[in-house]
Design a protein around this ligand. Sequence first.
Ligand code: FAD
Length: 428
Amino acid sequence: MAHVIVLGAGLGGTIMAYEVREQLSRDHKVSVISKGSHYSFVPSNPWVAVGWRERDAIEVDLTEIMARRGIELHPQGARRVHPDDKRIELNDGTFVDYDYLVIATGPDLAFDEIEGLGPDGHTQSVCLADHAVQTKEAFDRLKANPGPVIIGAVQGASCFGPAYEFAFILDKALRDAKIRDKVPMTFVTPEPYIGHLGLDGVGDTKGLLESEMREHHIKWITNAKVDKVESGRMHVSEIAEDGSVRKQHELPFEFSMMLPAFRGVEAVRDIEGLTNPRGFVIVDEHQQNPKYPEIFSVGVCVAIPPIGPTPVPVGVPKTGFMIESMVTATAHNIGKLVRGEKADAQGTWNAVCLADFGDSGIAFVAKPQMPPRNVNWSSSGKWVHLAKVGFEKYFLHKIRSGKSEPAYEKLAMQALGIDKLKEVRFDD
Ligand code: FAD
């Protein structure tokens, strides 16, 4: 009997548990270690932050669902992974042993790397549901006392879609409140150009996003490094190609939401051969760690090198569909290993993204994620907003049903030519 543990019950970990359960007979055990028993749909946090969604609507209690699927849930959270002993120490001091481990712990949010950044400092966040609820309170204060707004991401960030999304969503919420004219907005980003997204652009994301920013009266500063944040004032250096400071900005603000850089969580940081210096899990094309082949990893916690040098560091985003492709490959590989076969499934890592602007949005497909690409497509329109709402409902339904991929999703994705698994060629 094999025991498979999935560490983390977010977007990747939850469906990971469902898919690996489907790969294994009931003789084998599947467990999930989570922080609390609730799943939270992170992509809807920007809507919670302006009051378009209640927190309850995007959270699901996993207790009964996991029990129904025959998956053991440990909601205590993990303190430390001990890969040499194949065991995990939980936050209550107990240990669980595994034969296979999938690390799906998402990001640790590195607010502490910049003075004054984050919910404990002077800027807001939409990374966690708690943060989004706190941001809603700050948004209400802004409505009562309108003033300048700064939205964006800091140096080393990798997740740019939600920063753009939040800028446009806030713009719409301020227009709805009829106070947009009292709120000058600036977008601050380490990207070398608007629409780079950590991917050197996809299709014409540069043209589309610049045009949307102009139409929505949002100014921008690119190649930006945030030096520190004080109450109501952000200190930003604009960096030139040669690394020198081209211009220094002192930007006043009444409200600011800045996405932080990500790093690996404490439970896996500083483990030689398992994680890189930033704490991200090292995996090969089969999502498998080379030093500890019984350990796999999926999602934001996976180490992916940046796309190329930029004046200010930017990371590569890990979007939902890409994460799902990692999950499917991992489930197949663990199933194969348990059956004594070779772990040869590979995720496509295609980036498919819907960025909602409240009443419109942009969508892109990067296939493969790194250029040059076979598909390099972006588009905008009201349909993106509707598609994003549909995606939220569909994904939450998937989590509640305890099943990862009903046949119709497979059909829709195949119709778009977007598959989760690379074809395994036996002559390779
Ligand atoms: P998470 O969903 O963050 O899950 C990680 C889980 O691990 C968490 O539940 C955490 O509590 C748990 N965990 C961490 N440490 C431990 C521990 N020690 N013990 C137990 N559990 C632990 N992508 C898209 O494709 N479309 C979008 O619209 C989109 N919007 C986004 C909006 C925001 C605000 C953000 C931040 C990201 C967005 N993304 C989007 C990117 C990505 O899809 C999400 O970040 C996604 O949630 C990542 O999934 P994950 O499983 O890697 O991490």
